[in-house]
Design a protein around this ligand. Structure first.
Ligand SMILES: [Fe+2]
Ligand SMILES: [Fe+2]
Length: 427
C-alpha cells in the first residue's frame, strides 16, 4: 500500500469537512420542507370522518354539471366539497369554492348507521377539467379531477359492463383494471344492473368499491338496477320485490324518469348521443309511455338504450316476450341504434334488427347486446342463434364504445384485454 503525504491528508480532511457541511445544509433544507407537510387522517378517532366510496355520476346536463356522492361512518358536522378549475400549480385550495352537501342517515344491518352525502356542482364550463375534494372542513379526501362534457358533438369513448354481481373484489377487479388500461380516457362507465348479488348487503357494495379503487373518483358512472338490486319482502302476507334501500343514498343520478322510478329510469344527452336507462323490474307500461315521449323529442344523432333483462335472451331456458311486445315497437319507431343488456351471464350480439327480423347493414335497425363482466356464467340459449352474429359464454367481458358524428365503433374485450367481438355502425 502506498504511503500518503501529510499535505495530501490535510487537503483531504478539508475536503471531507466541507462535504459534511454541505450535506448537513442540504438535509436541513429537505427537513424544513417536510415539516410543512401534515399527514392526514389515520388516527382511530378520525377514521369515522374519512370520506369513503366517493363516486362521480353523470347528471342530465353533463356539460355544465357534475354529481358526486360519498359516505362517512360518523355523522360529520359540515359535509362539503371544494371545487376549482384544475391548474398546474398545486395551490388548489386557494381558488376553490366550497359547496355544502345534502346528507342522509342510512341504516345497515345490526342497527349500524352510515351517512351518505351528495352534491351536484352546477354552473360549470363545458369541456373543462375541474379538481375537487370532499370532506368536512378538517378531514379531506385527496384532490381528484374530472372533465365536463363538451356542448358540441365531439368524439368520445365510454365503457360498458354487464353484471359484475359475484366475487366482485376477487374476480371483477381485473376486469375493471383491464378496462381502465384499455380506455383510460373513457368519459364514463356504464353498468346495466346486477352490480351486486344481494342488493341490500353492504359488504358486497364494499367489495365493489374495493374493486373500483379510485376509478369512480375520476370517471363518472351511470348505472341502472338489475333484479339483484331488488329485495324480496312480505307485505300483508304477499311477497313483493322492492329496490334496495342502499340504491338512492349511494348514487346521485338524473331524476327525469317516471314517478316512482327516479334514479333508476332516466335519460341524458352526451355529445350527440341520447342515453336512456330503463328499469326492467317494475312499472314497465309507465316506462314505455315515457320512452315514447322522450324519443319523440330527441335531437341527438345517436340513441342508446340500456335495460337489465334482454329482449333476445342468450341464456338457456330464458325468454322475455313481454319486454319485446312492449318496447321493440318503440325502438323501431325511433330507430334506436344500440340496446345494452345484462342478466343472462353470457354474451350475445345480434344483427341489426327491425320488427323482430334481421335487416341489412345499411337499413334502419337496432343492434342488441348482452354481456357479463362477472365470473358467473350460464349455458347458451339456441333459440335466437339465427339472429346472433356472435354468441358465447365462459368469459368475463367489457365493451369499449367510440362514437363520433358519423360512426359508432364497438369493441368487446375479454378480461385479458383480447378483442372478442367488434362492429361498426354508420350514420
Ligand atoms: Fe339479473
Ligand atoms: Fe345477473
Amino acid at each position: 500500500m502506498r504511503k500518503l503525504s501529510h499535505k495530501y491528508i490535510s487537503n483531504y480532511m478539508v475536503f471531507l469537512f466541507c462535504l459534511t457541511i454541505l450535506l448537513a445544509v442540504n438535509s436541513g433544507c429537505i427537513t424544513s420542507a417536510q415539516t410543512d407537510y401534515e399527514p392526514q387522517q389515520s388516527s382511530e378517532a378520525q377514521q369515522g370522518y374519512e370520506p369513503q366510496r366517493v363516486i362521480l355520476n353523470l347528471t342530465e346536463n353533463p356539460a355544465i354539471s357534475q354529481a358526486l356522492t360519498w359516505r362517512t361512518i360518523s355523522d360529520v358536522p359540515n359535509p362539503q366539497a371544494q371545487i376549482a378549475l384544475a391548474v398546474e400549480s398545486p395551490d388548489l385550495n386557494e381558488k376553490a369554492q366550497t359547496v355544502y352537501a345534502n346528507s342522509e342517515k342510512l341504516e345497515l344491518k345490526d342497527k349500524k348507521y352510515v351517512y351518505h352525502h351528495s352534491i351536484v356542482f352546477n354552473s360549470l364550463k363545458p369541456d373543462t377539467l375541474y379538481t375537487y375534494r370532499v370532506g368536512d372542513g378538517e378531514n379531506w379526501s385527496e384532490w381528484n379531477q374530472f372533465r365536463t362534457a363538451s356542448r358540441t358533438n365531439e368524439p368520445f369513448v365510454f365503457v360498458n359492463f354487464g353484471d359484475p354481481q359475484n366475487n366482485i373484489k376477487s374476480l371483477c377487479s381485473r376486469v375493471f383494471r383491464a378496462a381502465y388500461k384499455k380506455a383510460p380516457d373513457a368519459h364514463f362507465w356504464h353498468f346495466v344492473g346486477d352490480i351486486v348479488n344481494r342488493g341490500d348487503n353492504d359488504d358486497e357494495w364494499a367489495d365493489l368499491y374495493d374493486a373500483f379503487g379510485w376509478i369512480p373518483r375520476v370517471t363518472p358512472m351511470i348505472l341502472l338496477p338489475g333484479n339483484h338490486e331488488y329485495i324480496k319482502k312480505k307485505v300483508n302476507g304477499e311477497e313483493i320485490r322492492e329496490l334496495t334501500h342502499l340504491w338512492h343514498p349511494q348514487f346521485t343520478l338524473p331524476e327525469n324518469g317516471p314517478d316512482g322510478l327516479k334514479e333508476t329510469v332516466y335519460f341524458l344527452d352526451y355529445q350527440g348521443v341520447r342515453f336512456v336507462m330503463l328499469n326492467g323490474n317494475e312499472k314497465l307500461e309507465d316506462q314505455a309511455r315515457w320512452l315514447n315521449n322522450i324519443l319523440a323529442q330527441n335531437p341527438q344523432s345517436w340513441t342508446i338504450v340500456a335495460i337489465h333483462q334482454p329482449f333476445y335472451s342468450t341464456a338457456k331456458d330464458r325468454d322475455n316476450p313481454h319486454l319485446r311486445d312492449l318496447f321493440i315497437p318503440i325502438f323501431d319507431k325511433y330507430s334506436v341504434d344500440l340496446v345494452l343488456q345484462g342478466h343472462d351471464h353470457t354474451y350475445g350480439r345480434t344483427y341489426k334488427m327491425r320488427d323482430g327480423i334481421k335487416v341489412g347493414d345499411s337499413e334502419k335497425g337496432t343492434v342488441y347486446v348482452v354481456s357479463v363482466s362477472g365470473p358467473k356464467v350460464y349455458s347458451i340459449n339456441e333459440n335466437f342463434k339465427d339472429i346472433m352474429v356472435k354468441m358465447g359464454t365462459g368469459r368475463q367481458l367489457f365493451q369499449v364504445i367510440k362514437i363520433n358524428k358519423t360512426s359508432l365503433i364497438y369493441e368487446s374485450f375479454t378480461a385479458t384485454g383480447q378483442l372478442y367481438d367488434s362492429f361498426e355502425l354508420e350514420k
